[in-house]
Design a protein around this ligand. Structure first.
Ligand code: ZN
Length: 60
């Protein structure tokens, strides 16, 4: 069986392999559905969580 190969996809942001068998590892869209393109590190509630430099974050 090569079932695990079929759904082998990677997060479009960080490149982490997406695990469709473990839903909690998938990102969540704003409507609460699961993303099939981003992991939960990178997409949460439809918002992209990216590595923003600290200098960007404190800028008004
Ligand atoms: Zn990711």
């Amino acid at each position: 069986m090569i079932e695990s190969e079929i759904n082998k996809r990677y997060c479009q942001s960080c490149g982490m392999p997406l695990r469709f068998d473990v839903e909690k590892y998938l990102g969540t869209n704003s409507d609460g559905s699961r993303s099939d393109e981003y992991c939960y590190y990178c997409l949460k509630d439809g918002k992209y969580i990216v590595d923003i430099p600290m200098s960007e974050m404190i800028t008004d």
